[in-house]
Structures are given as C-alpha cells and as structure tokens.
Design a protein around this ligand. Structure first.
Ligand code: NAG
Ligand code: NAG
Ligand code: NAG
Ligand code: NAG
Length: 335
C-alpha cells in the first residue's frame, strides 16, 4: 500500500517536472537569422551593433541597426535586409528621413514603426512604407528634462489598447508617458534624480508594458536590477537583481541588464548584458535560470553571446536575441 502510494507520488512528480521543463526549454544552440558574426559594415546583409528587435505577424524582424543609423526589416528566412527607417547608406542625420543611433523599436498592429532615435533625443514614427518619419516625442537634437524633452531615450513600450507610449528617458533617470497625439508627456516612473532608492531610477534602458497588471517592467540598468513600477505608484518593487545596486553573476544577480520582456504567463526575461546571457525569472521567483548564452563567457560560437542587448519572442515562444557585439540576431528554438 505504502509502496503504491510512493510510486504514485513519484509518478506525479515526474509528470510535473517534465511539464515544467518542456514549457521552459530552448535549444541552447542558436541559428543566425540576421547579420553575420564578426562583420559589421553597412551592406544590406550586415548589421552593426543591432540594439532592438521587433517581430510582425509574419515573423519578419525589424532591427534597430544602431551604428548603421537605420532600421532594417528582414523577412523570415531572408539573407538580406531592407531599410525601413533611416538611410540605407548608414549616414546619421537630424532630418526627418534620418536617424542617429536608434535603439528601441516597436510596431503597431498595422506595421507602422516607432523608433527611439537616441542621439537625436526624439521618438520617430514611420508609417509603413514611408520614406521619412515624424517626430512624436522630443525636440530634435536638443536634450533636456522638460515634459516635452528627452535626453537619450532608449526603450519604448506601448499600450496597444490606448496607444499610450512609454519611453525610458535614460539620462533623465525617468520613464515618460505620452498619450497618443500629445505634445508633452508626464513622468510615470523615477524623475527623482539618479539613485538606487525605490523612488528613483538609474540609467533605465529597457521597458515592457504589462497590461495584465497595468505596470511597467523596467530594466533599471545602472542599478543592476529589474523593477516593476505600477502606473500611478510612487515607487518600484523588485523583480530581479539586487535591491541596492550591487552587480554580480550568480543566479540572483545581474550585471548591467539592458533588455527586458515578459511572456503571457508573467515570467520575466532579461538581457543580462555584461554577463552575456539571457536570464529567466519565473513569476514571483528571485533566482533566475540561464536560457541562452553562458554566464560571463563571450564568444562567436552558436551557444555564446557577446553583450546581448534585447530579445523578443514569436508566437511559438522561439527566442530572438540581439547579440549586439557579434553583429547578429540569434534564434533559439523553443523545444
Ligand atoms: C538545436 O539546434 C541546432 C541548430 O539548429 C540543431 O542542429 C540541433 O539538432 C537542435 N537540437 C535539438 C535537440 O533540437
Ligand atoms: C546589497 O545587497 C546584496 C544582496 O543583494 C548584499 O550582498 C550586499 O551586502 C548589499 N550591499 C550593501 C552596500 O548594502
Ligand atoms: C548571489 O550573491 C548575493 C550576494 O552575495 C547573495 O545574497 C545571493 O544569495 C547569491 N545568490 C545565489 C543564488 O547564490
Ligand atoms: C568574468 O570574466 C572576466 C574575464 O575573463 C574575469 O576577469 C572576471 O573575474 C569574471 N567574473 C566572474 C564573476 O566570474
């Protein structure tokens, strides 16, 4: 009787373990889906320090090709990209048809592009197929901390139901919110100077809008942590990393986390840049697991990353990583 009971318990444990591990399983060997390792020129089949990645419904990749000052679109399976924002020639500029060191990129459901034009201190909106963009946030070229200004915007996120845009205004240590069509925004996170207190941010880079909790998930990069800032709240709560800014490379700590995203189950994924890995923190857990790359190891092989900046999932939970210093986008298949 006891033996039967034990056998039943063991069977249940095995089933649960298997279900958990298959839900959180990615092939640790990636394939390169854009760019080429070690080569960083401005040819159409190359990338130079890709920063942000977005996917449309056909799994075409939109990549902010930062040092080439352009956004490239790569159709699924394509071996070259086409320029959909900025100049294909990679020249930087302040005009409406140019970009200067773009970083965060996202798409709306019609395939129009929002891009953080970092060195121009603005966010540009490019209608699908347009040859120039319009400035929807910021004053071109001029950095500032007014409610209509930005200083080095990086991550952008959008609430698809309202069209409200959220911008990690990195050097102002705050996140701004812009209602669609508004010419100035409001501070929704930080804005209390550089620091590691829970009312402050420190060089925030990546952001993700979590509709289910009406909160922003922020890569608080300079503080080496990932925090949740509920809209309307005056402080953050810790999701991952240290509470006081300490960096590290064990399973709890992070080192200069740049990108953050969530899956539909509320688990958090972090591009842990200086540890050269992608970390997964299951909802409610502070101990992470490495799902791509190898902690503190850089390299050009298909299992290694070199300064990953961001990631995105397709509908099958396949993982695409901007392997920034390797000048390529790596795809890790969900298994
Ligand atoms: C993992 O991906 C690599 C590269 O695509 C492939 O060769 C290998 O068979 C895959 N392994 C598994 C277990 O699917
Ligand atoms: C910061 O927190 C870490 C644990 O996350 C701890 O080991 C460290 O001693 C703390 N440092 C300071 C200065 O409080
Ligand atoms: C990582 O290091 C910090 C600081 O020493 C410590 O507080 C934490 O428990 C460590 N995490 C793990 C999983 O060992
Ligand atoms: C990471 O690697 C660097 C270079 O190899 C080394 O100096 C450093 O001590 C390593 N850090 C950790 C936490 O292992």
């Amino acid at each position: 009787m006891l033996i039967l009971l034990l056998a039943a318990i063991i069977a249940v444990i095995l089933v649960v373990t298997q279900a958990t591990s298959s839900a959180f399983c990615w092939n640790s060997t990636a394939t390169t889906v854009a760019g080429r390792v070690g080569v960083s020129d401005d040819a159409a089949n190359r990338l130079d320090r890709p920063f942000g990645v977005a996917l449309d419904s056909s799994n075409a990749l939109y990549i902010s090709d930062q040092t080439n000052n352009r956004v490239q679109k790569w159709l699924a399976g394509a071996s070259t990209g086409t320029t959909v924002a900025g100049q294909a020639s990679a020249v930087a500029g302040t005009t409406s048809d140019s970009l200067d060191a773009p970083s965060g990129v996202l798409l709306d459901s019609s395939g129009n592009i929002y891009v953080a034009d970092t060195n121009n201190n603005r966010v540009q909106y490019w209608l699908q197929g347009a040859s120039s963009g319009t400035t929807i946030v910021g004053v071109t070229g001029s950095a500032g901390s007014g409610n209509n200004e930005l200083t080095n915007p990086y991550g952008i996120a959008r609430d698809p139901s309202s069209g409200t845009l959220y911008i990690a205004d990195q050097s102002n240590h705050r996140v701004m919110s812009y209602i669609a069509g508004a010419s100035s925004g409001t501070v929704v996170a930080g804005g209390n100077g550089l620091g590691t207190a829970n009312t402050q941010l420190k060089y925030p880079v990546g952001i993700y809008f979590d509709a289910s909790s009406n909160s922003l998930i922020i890569a608080n990069t300079g503080a080496n942590n990932i925090v949740r800032w509920a809209l309307g709240a005056s402080s953050w709560t810790l999701i991952a990393g240290s509470i006081n800014g300490t960096r590290g490379s064990n399973a709890t700590l992070l080192n200069y986390p740049v990108g953050v995203t969530m899956d539909p189950m509320g688990n958090t994924y972090v591009a842990d840049r200086n540890n050269h890995r992608i970390q997964l923190f299951l909802a409610g857990q502070s101990i992470g697991m490495t799902i791509a790359g190898v902690t503190n190891a850089t390299g050009t092989s298909s299992t290694l990353l070199n300064n990953p900046y961001s990631m995105v999932f397709d509908a099958q939970l396949n993982l695409y990583v901007a392997d920034t210093y390797n000048h390529r986008i790596q795809k890790f298949m969900h298994c």
